[in-house]
Design a protein around this ligand. Sequence first.
Ligand code: EPU
Length: 434
Amino acid sequence: MDKIVIRGGKPLSGHVPITGAKNAALPILIATLVAPGEHRLSNVPDLVDVSSMLSLLGRIGCPSLKHGSDVRLDTTRVSFCEAPYDLVRKMRASVLALGPLLARCGEAHVSLPGGCAIGVRPIDQHLKGLEALGAEFELSGGYVHARTSGLRGAHIVLDVPTVTGTENILTAAVLARGESLIENAAREPEIIDLARFLRSLGAKIEGEGSGSIRVQGVHELKPAAEPHRILPDRIEAGTYMVAAAITGGDVTVTGVDPRDMGPVVEKLRAAGCLVELGTDRIRVQQSGDLLPVDVTTRPHPGFPTDMQAQLMALCTLAKGRSVITETIFENRFMHVPELARLGADIQVEGNRAVVTGVEGLHGATVMATDLRASASLVLAGLATEGPTEILRLYHLDRGYERLVEKLQAIGADVERVPDDLRDRIPTSLSATVA
Ligand code: EPU
């Protein structure tokens, strides 16, 4: 397995172009199923999760072509209404096939995603919403087998504003007979992007982003004439903004929508950073001491759980005590023991982590079991004395396009070392690895 080696301590400076959002691209790619024909998408990030979603679509019978960030996808025929275990196992977001397949084929067989490193992650709300729209489910052999003799509009009140649950229900409702109202719907920008995409196919949707989404079902949807541009990745942008802060640097993320970055901007300012907002860019400058910040993760428009680990990395070097409370996922502190290996002082009590800033972090070999935890280790590595080696890059490849190249372009001393080049690892680290 490849690894990343970072020799930290260099202030980063320059511009980082932000790619399309993973969590918008995935639901939109699979939602193309509701409109048979040829679809074009732009600003699609080059990520392992995107390749997995295109493989799933290929398995369903829909071939695709990806050139850079442009994707062409042909959903004229569907030959297989299944998201099999081998793909769901690699990418939990395959559960997003449930709504689109039901709407398109009247049936869907989707392997149960099960829990994952960050929590149990049930799909009861997905099933509740789709059942209200007229689907029937049977759980057997590790699969959800869903069938409907015709979807019809319904009033659905979600118990929790689940992101992918809202996406599954919305994508099914656009082809249901009559009106649907989804209340306590997730309000994330990625939901708004999905609604915008579905509307470009002819869907009738109102209220996305408000928590109350109203859908008038239509009989048929058609691919849009113009390509749909995936919205920018606010989590990728936030990660590079923290990279500027943690290295005492001066970094501008470009191609972003600052309106979606409010909670992250607010916390970086509270941490003592100078943050300037442009129309499609954000500049973050940091010099002097980092201040402690308290953060509680919340559904949008609150502070995103997907930025919690990165912000914690920043807090490890603040002058004082920060309290980080995770309310979305019950097990999203797996970066804590790894950050501790780099010298961080963090005490976890239930869903609260108390981070006492230290004078400096030191290099070590670390690995993480989820995507954002891995990102937090990269950020900490950028600030350590001595080299840090990050193992198990699988997660980073799922969610950050060209991470090493982008960091190198703003001055980081970082490289990806293929497994067969172990002897390029600095001697101080080979001892730790052995
Ligand atoms: N929940 C339920 N029942 C359900 C669905 C969710 O109880 O039927 C609970 C979950 O257990 C969790 C909370 O609701 O406690 C929120 O989970 P949600 O369903 O919103 O998460 P998700 O849709 O599975 C998406 C992102 C995650 C991101 C979360 C929260 C995608 C593909 N994934 O997951 O992204 O953390 O929303 O914002 O959109 C990541 O990119 O690293 C990532 C994990």
